[in-house]
Design a protein around this ligand. Structure first.
Ligand code: ZN
Length: 658
């Protein structure tokens, strides 16, 4: 059958570009697999409002109000104010809230407060998120400072050293008046000494203060976010009924049990079952998962996706995971921090069929789970590379002029052209399926010991593991690289990104905040500094433009090995002071002059530094007994239409969650 031609690049606004991904191969799945993926997709979309509320307590009200204006405004829709409102709403949709999805800073709207108030008052009241007897004026009084005042809730996640990270972050994981010290004391008191199997304390709750007392409001069917969770359970129950095998059905039922009880021990049981189910072609994540959105790294944001295995591409990652022990044994870290036996590292290349919650519309391209340290140590981990998203990125990047602008010469450019996509994939595989899974904590080390620096150190560890092994003859032996020097494309790209081009994602005057960006800066700058004497990497100026020049690739590998040694030590020993030193010294600051230069060069290319995805639409085909016999995929839905449909069909929470 012919597939409809679809343009990969959709609309562009602010610093964002929308892409579409394809799920080729879906049509060849068995009808029961399609039905299962359909239910899991519904479950993945149903939790959307949870994330919006986690990201900030006014987000749902602001979204509803802006959508009312977008849909029903009767004034001049060509005016500068209305156009600015459109852009603002598209950014809010993209970020699942009023703060930048990556940088975490609050957006400044380019429409006036006066325009906003006037427009809101013209709306039919039933279109507005009014609580009780609230008037449109009162709603504006609540929302206006949140939207317009740069001093109110300026950052979603504040990681600036030396401030109260809880009080200065706008995320909604801690109630009014809770301080960082109180939250840390509260959770430290829960930890049992020398507990070899600690649950992820605080992961699925909001910590609030009432009458000076701290309590957790747990996210569960009968608790906070209950109305959303009960609807997720509805779809999961349907999914359990058509699971591919008994084990997968048990996984889904255990997740339902966890959503009902909120018991974190049940969550660990579910995680282990999920890890052990590796036979089915389909798989999913649904729930409270990553902790990047909490400055203390405890509370997990909600996300969901569903996928199926790309069997051909998976042959690649299976070679890596089958040799996990070899990589562990030969890594340049101290023997005390190595795993004696690598358990159950399973790796696959998948095609995602839907992105939901914190994976939508901006998504990761590689994922390694679980996040619980002891489960990883005892049961291993599941690692995926999302092949159909990588494809969409690569297609969008092809020939857009970016590399031509920033790469130093034609030879290097040619090398990148030939090998960058491939070595990127391989680096992602190494990062996810071996890097995160490698190493161990020394006995008695608190897994949260690195606190706010933990995420950056963990990402650096996984990246370095991949960088160190990319040139290894082992990869040629396994048939994973077509050329023994293909790794140079990744080394050049990595250093160029870490030293120069990732700065296009940072606003003038700001510092680096996001964990992955901090990690990339840390690695590139440390390697640059440590290799300065031997001129391993240089920053050279040509015609007023700065370029990265790598003189000694083998020496650069040695430097990556040395840094991996140190980063693994920091992680294994829980050395907070060293983590802080490394991150603050190498991962945070921005050179103003260089930043301005990079931004100016990038601006001239008219590209968007951030990309996100529009989901396909799944349409079940029913027989006369109302059973699903097939599921069709459609790709044509526009960005705004998709967002408005999700807000309508997956509205699961009250606008005010207090
Ligand atoms: Zn990672």
């Amino acid at each position: 059958m012919q597939t409809k031609p679809v343009s990969y690049n959709d609309e562009q606004f602010a610093d964002l570009q929308m892409l579409r991904y394809r799920v080729d191969g879906f049509e060849n799945l068995k009808p029961a697999q399609k039905e299962l993926l359909y239910y899991l997709s519904e479950a993945a979309l149903t939790g959307r409002d949870i994330l919006w509320d986690q990201n900030g307590k006014y987000n749902l009200r602001i979204r509803k109000t802006l959508e009312a204006l977008y849909t029903h405004y009767k004034g001049d829709r060509e005016s500068a104010d209305f156009k600015a409102l459109e852009i603002y709403l598209k950014r809010v949709w993209f970020s699942n809230g009023i703060h930048h999805h990556y940088g975490c800073d609050k957006f400044q709207p380019a429409f006036s407060e006066e325009f906003f108030r006037k427009a809101v008052k013209q709306m039919p009241v039933e279109q507005l998120p009014l609580s009780g007897s609230q008037t449109a004026d009162e709603l504006c009084d609540t929302l206006v400072p949140v939207i317009f005042d740069p001093k109110v809730m300026p950052k979603r996640v504040n990681e600036a050293d030396g401030t109260d990270l809880v009080q200065t972050s706008a995320c909604n994981y801690y109630g009014e008046g809770v301080t960082q010290a109180e939250a840390e004391t509260f959770y430290n008191a829960m930890k049992k000494e020398n507990d070899p199997r600690p649950v992820m304390y605080g992961m699925n709750s909001k910590l609030v203060k009432t009458d000076g007392h701290l309590t957790e409001q747990t996210w569960k069917a009968g608790g906070l976010y209950g109305s959303a969770i009960r609807r997720i359970i509805y779809w999961l129950e349907k999914a359990a009924g058509v699971a591919e095998n008994e084990k997968q059905s048990a996984v889904i039922r255990k997740l339902i049990e966890f959503y009902r009880s909120g018991d974190l021990k049940t969550f660990d049981e579910y995680t282990i079952l999920w890890l052990q189910e590796t036979q089915a072609q389909t798989d999913f994540t649904n729930g409270f998962t990553e902790t990047y959105g909490d400055p203390l790294g405890l509370k997990a944001s909600w996300e969901g996706y569903a996928n199926f295995k790309d069997r051909e591409a998976t042959a690649r990652t299976e070679k890596l995971s089958a040799n996990a022990q070899w990589f562990e044994d030969h890594s340049p870290v101290d023997a005390r921090f190595k795993k004696a036996t690598c358990k159950g590292v399973s790796a696959k290349v998948i095609k995602t069929v839907i992105l939901g919650g914190d994976l939508y519309p901006a998504s990761a391209i590689g994922i390694n789970r679980p996040n619980s340290n002891w489960i990883r140590a005892e049961y291993g981990s599941k690692s995926v590379t999302i092949g159909n998203l990588t494809d969409a990125y690569n297609k969008a990047a092809h020939g857009n002029g970016f590399l031509q602008e920033f790469v130093i010469d034609a030879d290097t450019l040619d090398w990148l052209d030939r090998y960058q996509d491939l070595s990127d994939d391989l680096h992602t595989d190494l990062h996810e399926c071996l890097g995160h899974g490698s190493g161990k904590l020394l006995p008695g080390v608190d897994p949260d010991a690195l606190k706010a620096y933990g995420a950056t150190i963990e990402e650096a560890r996984a990246d370095l593991f991949g960088l160190y092994y990319l040139p290894d003859p082992k990869l040629t032996e396994l048939g994973l690289t077509p050329h023994e020097e293909a790794y140079k494309a990744q080394y050049y790209g990595y250093m160029m990104n870490g030293l120069l081009t990732q700065m296009v994602r940072i606003e003038p005057g700001k510092e680096i905040e996001e964990a992955h960006m901090r990690n990339r800066a840390l690695i590139a700058r440390w390697a640059y500094e440590q290799g300065q004497e031997e001129q391993v990497t240089e920053l050279v100026e040509r015609h007023g433009k700065t370029y990265v020049k790598i003189n000694h690739y083998e020496k650069l590998r040695k430097l990556f090995g040395r840094l991996l040694h140190e980063i693994q030590r920091i992680k294994s020993e829980g050395d907070y002071e060293a983590a802080r030193y490394m991150v603050e010294r190498y991962g945070v600051k921005v050179d103003r002059r260089l930043h301005e230069e990079v931004l100016a060069r990038y601006r001239a290319l008219h590209l968007s530094p951030y990309k996100g995805f529009i989901n396909p639409v799944y349409i079940p085909v029913y027989n006369e007994r109302h059973e699903i016999t097939d599921v069709r995929v459609e790709y044509g839905e526009a960005y705004d239409a998709q967002m408005l449909r999700y807000s309508r069909d997956y509205a699961t929470l009250p606008y005010v969650n207090e």
